[in-house]
Design a protein around this ligand. Structure first.
Ligand code: FMN
Length: 438
């Protein structure tokens, strides 16, 4: 039998003002993340490019000095519900916090989105790294380790709630008048360390069985959580060897959780800056960098490194810093790059302004496809989470330039094979296993 060529999975990280902190300042670029038509245009482009997934991140506080799309934005599941109505294939993923939300609410939101979209929902389970959200919820921000302990139980409860309903529980029998077969709707009876949830959920089983779970934490407990529960992992990497090591380390964990390494897609985040020539792409990045506002960039750098960096000299070396309580993944990757390349704090600040600590590549569509191919075939990725620096142009350039290059090489699909996100990811519909029959 002919072995099918392994193909990439592609996601797009959507921030209306662009992933580059100053992308919106480029003439013609969208300048709002509070504009449905901008998001709808991006979603249409994602489907034209046959992308697996459109992803919206989220935070629970507003800092006017941060990235503009982190500060003024829609609640993401509300936005995805609107996009579900104008799209047909692309997966719709959003963040919800395991530290500040309740599992019943999260299970219900994503189950609703899965039904509304015909099986395209994905939940990015985050622990919320920054403590600023705490003041908006009248709580103390739990420390890193505890956030993950809560998250593990939170995810189990959400998955359990998704499994409360058997597929054929709604009978709607007009003759007998029986609407639901109550024997097929089960309670959860969860009593754990952090949550008590009786169930069942008040919505029937999802088209995908369970929505897809995304995960993006790279600390030790973050990786463990990914290996146990995630279907897609967004990794933060800056270097091929580092990406290979992270990829292998995650895949090695999976059998310990009874899972096959092929069940989880690892997608490094990458910002492609595309030109007709390499020089043009570099000039474009320089142009974008010339717009950077130092207040924004410093706030983002401090956020990523978990402490106020304004006291350090910008043209001095990057100081040796401990892993912060916020995000281990971003800080570790950025500090490693700084050490490897002998960067000053200003270099790191510029890198953060460009892509918030994600990997940036400049080039032509062909040279970018070469790099993505090298990573994909070289054991570093199952695909990529694309962070266009600005919309719509920066995404159009990827879809119209890089995607056809990848298709010509047989590395990316030429048509969707199904309508559900699990179809795009090659994942089967999970059997019910979490709900406790009552
Ligand atoms: C691609 C990507 C998207 C992320 N999106 C969000 C987000 O929307 N909201 C959030 O609070 N954290 C987000 N994060 C942060 C991580 O999910 C994680 O909580 C953080 O890095 C801390 O985890 P760690 O210490 O395990 O690395 C994202 C990270 C990555 C790489």
């Amino acid at each position: 039998m002919r072995q099918e060529q392994r193909q990439m999975h592609l996601g797009v990280f959507v921030l209306g003002t662009g992933n580059h902190v100053a992308g919106w300042r480029l003439p013609g670029a969208a300048d709002s993340f509070q504009n449905l038509s901008v998001a709808q245009q991006i979603a249409r482009t994602a489907e034209r490019g046959l992308f697996d997934l459109l992803f919206l991140g989220d935070g629970l506080s507003a800092d006017p000095n941060a990235h503009p799309s982190f500060t003024a934005r829609f609640e993401p599941i509300t936005m995805l519900a609107a996009l579900a109505a104008t799209t047909t294939h692309v997966g719709l993923g959003a963040t919800a916090s395991t530290t500040y939300a309740e599992p019943y609410t999260v299970a219900r939101l994503f189950a609703s989105l899965d039904h509304l979209s015909g099986g395209r929902a994905a939940w990015n389970a985050v622990t919320t790294s920054g403590g600023q959200a705490a003041a908006n919820f009248g709580r103390q921000h739990p420390p890193h380790g505890q956030r993950y302990e809560v998250a593990e139980e939170f995810i189990d409860v959400v998955r359990g709630l998704w499994d409360c309903w058997e597929d054929d529980a709604i009978v709607a029998d007009r003759k007998t008048g029986r609407y639901i077969d109550a024997a097929k709707v089960h309670k959860l009876h969860h009593k754990g360390r952090f949550f008590e949830v009786e169930g069942p959920l008040n919505i029937g089983r999802c088209p995908q069985g369970q929505p897809v779970i995304l995960q993006a934490g790279a600390s030790e407990p973050g990786q463990e959580m990914a290996a146990r529960s995630a279907d897609v992992v967004f990794s933060v990497v800056q270097d091929l060897d580092e990406a290979r090591a992270a990829y292998a380390a995650l895949k090695e964990r999976l059998p310990r959780h009874g899972r096959d390494p092929g069940e989880v897609a690892v997608l490094p985040g990458v910002m492609p800056v595309i030109g007709r020539t390499q020089e043009e792409a570099l000039e474009k990045l320089d142009h974008l960098q010339s717009f950077v506002n130092s207040t924004n960039a410093l706030s983002m750098l401090s956020n990523r490194l978990g402490q106020d960096m304004s006291a350090y000299p910008m043209d001095g070396p990057v100081p040796d810093l401990p892993l912060p309580d916020t995000s281990h993944g971003f800080a570790r990757t950025m500090l490693a790059k700084a050490r490897r390349e002998g960067m000053t704090l200003r270099d790191l600040y510029n890198l953060t302004a460009a892509a918030r600590g994600h990997w940036v590549i400049c080039g032509t569509p062909a040279s970018i496809a070469d790099t993505l191919e090298e990573w994909f075939l070289g054991g570093a990725a199952d695909g990529f989470n694309i962070l266009p620096p600005y919309f719509p142009g920066g995404f159009d350039e990827f879809v119209d330039g890089v995607v056809p290059e990848l298709q010509r090489r047989g590395l990316f699909r030429r048509a969707y094979r199904g309508r559900k996100l699990r179809d795009h990811l090659g994942l089967s519909r999970p059997a019910r296993q979490h709900g406790t029959p009552t």
